[in-house]
Design a binder for this molecule. Structure first.
Ligand code: FA5
Ligand code: MG
Length: 412
């Protein structure tokens, strides 16, 4: 049995999650809603889009050891100290990170497992749920999934080994993906002093090549996909970059990566290696791949979301509404004081969150009386339950009364 499936418990003294109990203190800021997410394990449900994209990406890294069952509860040492985060790095703030107590937290990235897995293998992938006190919008959610990848080479032979490897990895049909890379090695995004320049450049080439191939493989059916590389900064890599994909008219950041800080390899007992690492946002790539309009949908328990996905296949998502809409029109003779915002305010007052949409669908001026007629269509729909026609009729009647009372219009 999977201990992460057990329901977390928060008391005033401690927190139980994943079958283990941790004492709370003044740093404690995890909430029941966030802890509940640790039980979901979307990346381990083979029919979930997060797991489907995980498998599709992992299949492009044969020979890599893939870990995907690490507990989200980690130490601040694993998440920050081991990765060379400074003591005052903003990522450590209680405003950004979920703490169980001063030393125990929910991982903010899969890099928290880098050191541990690098001691075990030179080619690794780690997939996991990660937690951040981030904003919420269509591409940000406080819980999401990352895949970490890393590959290490013998520093002495890296240049030759990498040159051969890149030559051998034949480029899959690219669809029409346009990739631009104008990044340079600069003092702001520097080589590490301890690195041989040729070995570092080869490692960086291999990193970008591997990720460009990953994107080509994943999006081979996409038309005119725009991809770009930009400079970035991470405490645990240098130089560092991010990849962005143009999606719905905006550059969407999908991954961060770079040449691993040598201190980390030394701490992993591998001082003679040089290596690269990346951390990608699985939901961000899945948004683009499946055409999912909103990152919140990944958490849906509705079959109409989950049933659209098949392991190993890429099918565009067909948007659905959780519960059926109930559409009502209201027509009236308007007047000079009428303002649409006031009308919408009344609709919201009466129906609250059940209103999905208000639209003017018809407007005309009577040729003789010069009176203006307007017809608004109101789309009622609940996110979490079925609304009945009777119930909506009551709201619509109230609306008709209020519109007359407050706007002095004349119903038709
Ligand atoms: C990191 O987390 C680094 N650990 C990545 C890395 C690994 C760099 C190894 C170098 C070497 P960043 O904070 O940029 O970096 O997050 C990585 C990716 O996670 C982002 O590019 C984005 O795709 C995704 N991501 C970040 N925040 C959110 C969020 N709130 N919701 C959904 N996806 C997010
Ligand atoms: Mg970033």
């Amino acid at each position: 049995s999977n201990p992460m499936k057990e329901t977390p418990v928060i008391t005033s003294e401690n927190i139980t999650v994943g079958g283990k109990t941790y004492p709370s203190d003044k740093y404690t800021n995890v909430t029941p809603t966030i802890l509940e997410k640790t039980t979901r394990q979307l990346h381990l449900n083979p029919k979930h889009p997060v797991a489907i994209i995980k498998e599709l990406i992992a299949s492009g890294f044969p020979g890599f050891k893939h870990y995907d069952t690490f507990s989200p509860v980690v130490t601040t040492k694993e998440n920050f100290d081991d990765l060379c985060f400074s003591d005052d790095h903003p990522g450590r703030a209680v405003t950004d990170t979920y703490y169980l107590n001063e030393k125990i937290m929910l991982r903010t990235h899969t890099s928290a497992h880098q050191l541990r897995v690098m001691t075990e293998s030179d080619k690794i992938l780690v997939t996991a749920d990660v937690y951040r006190r981030d904003e919420i919008d269509a591409s940000h959610y406080p819980v999401f999934h990352q895949m970490e990848g890393a590959q290490l080479f013998d520093a002495k032979t890296a240049v030759d080994v990498i040159r051969k490897d890149i030559a051998q990895s034949t480029s899959a049909a690219s669809g029409s993906i346009h990739t631009t890379d104008t990044t340079l090695i600069t003092p702001e995004n520097p080589k590490q002093d301890c690195h041989d320049e040729a070995a570092m450049l080869a490692t960086a080439d291999h990193l970008k090549h591997s990720l460009n191939m990953m994107v080509r493989k994943l999006f081979s059916h996409e038309k005119d996909l725009q991809v770009r590389w930009i400079d970035a900064q991470f405490p645990f890599t240098s130089p560092s970059w991010e990849m962005e994909i143009l999606y719905q008219g905006k550059w969407l950041e999908v991954l961060g990566c770079g040449v691993i800080r040598q201190d980390i390899l030394v701490n992993a007992g591998k001082p003679d290696k040089i290596g690269w690492a990346f951390g990608l946002g699985l939901e961000r790539l899945a948004l683009v791949l499946f055409g999912i309009p909103d990152i919140r949908l990944f958490w849906s328990k509705d079959d109409r979301f989950l049933k659209q996905f098949e392991p190993g296949t890429i099918q565009k998502f067909k948007p659905f509404s959780k519960y059926p809409a109930c559409i009502k029109d209201i027509s009236f003779w308007s007047n000079d004081q009428f303002h649409e915002n006031n009308f919408c305010e009344i609709v919201r007052d009466i129906a609250g969150d059940i209103v999905e949409d208000v639209q003017l669908i018809d407007e005309f001026t009577h040729p003789k009386t010069k009176k203006r007629s307007m017809c608004y269509r109101i789309n009622y729909r609940s996110m979490d339950r079925n609304v009945t026609n009777d119930e909506i009729n009551v709201l619509q009647e109230k609306l008709r009364d209020e519109v007359v009372n407050r706007m002095k219009v004349e119903l038709r």
